[in-house]
Design a protein around this ligand. Structure first.
Ligand code: ADP
Length: 213
């Protein structure tokens, strides 16, 4: 099964992708995670991406397209994959379709998470992520048991450099301009399914599962 998770920053795509990965045994491919790792490791890619990411803008299409083209050819993707944060522009979506077509494959479902911007701003400004397992907390609405420490694995929590109000607002603007048009792109292809990203993580997950099975 090949899935695309679409939706604004902070809508819960990463969380749902991890749960889908466990349930269906197919990998989560997050361009944001791949790029952040490259930044941490100080690779050439990381050096190119860092300033753009910190500013809330998109990394150039050619770079992420190349990353994805290589990644989906890996052995662990043979039974499918979950794309989380890709595609983010029409050009990326077109290139993805082309690449899959060349491989004789297609996307099965595109799940779009709809969350209003005010809720996203409140969540992202207080969000703290685990540096080890990626679990997420929030100072007020989902506090960890011990301040600054992950409940799941005990590692330190950190604030992403792009989780500050100014950059969050820019990321949401970029989303509306560059990424939201993908809804129409996939609606025309007939595989778009929208979910109101409200309710508990488990409630949303059960809706996602009923849409893909
Ligand atoms: P979020 O969805 O919370 O904004 P991500 O982790 O998906 O976070 O992405 C973080 C940043 O990485 C983006 O703001 C952008 O700079 C870059 N990025 C991730 N995926 C892409 C992509 N498909 N195209 C261009 N830039 C990307």
């Amino acid at each position: 099964m090949r899935l695309i998770l679409l939706g604004p920053p902070g809508a819960g795509k990463g969380t749902q992708a991890k749960m889908l990965k466990e349930k269906f045994g197919i990998p989560q491919i997050s361009t944001g995670d791949i790029l952040r790792k490259a930044v941490d490791q100080g690779t050439e890619l990381g050096k190119q991406a860092k300033a753009v990411m910190d500013d809330g803008q998109l990394v150039p299409d050619e770079i992420v397209i190349e990353l994805i083209k290589e990644r989906i050819k890996d052995e662990d993707c043979s039974q499918g994959f979950i794309l989380d944060g890709f595609p983010r522009t029409i050009v990326q979506a077109e290139k993805l379709s082309e690449t899959l077509e060349e491989m004789g494959l297609a996307i099965d479902h595109v799940i779009d998470f709809e969350v209003n911007h005010q809720e996203l701003i409140e969540w992202l400004t207080g969000r703290r992520s685990c540096s080890n397992c990626g679990a997420m907390f929030h100072g007020e609405t989902r506090p960890p048991k011990k301040a600054g420490i992950c409940d799941v694995c005990g590692h330190e929590l950190y604030q992403r450099p792009d989780d500050n109000k100014e950059t969050i607002i820019k990321r949401l603007e970029v989303y509306e301009k560059e990424t939201a048009p993908l809804k129409e792109f996939y609606r025309k292809q007939g595989n778009l399914k929208s979910i109101a990203g409200r309710g508990s993580v488990e409630e949303i997950f059960s809706q996602v599962c009923s849409l893909v099975s």
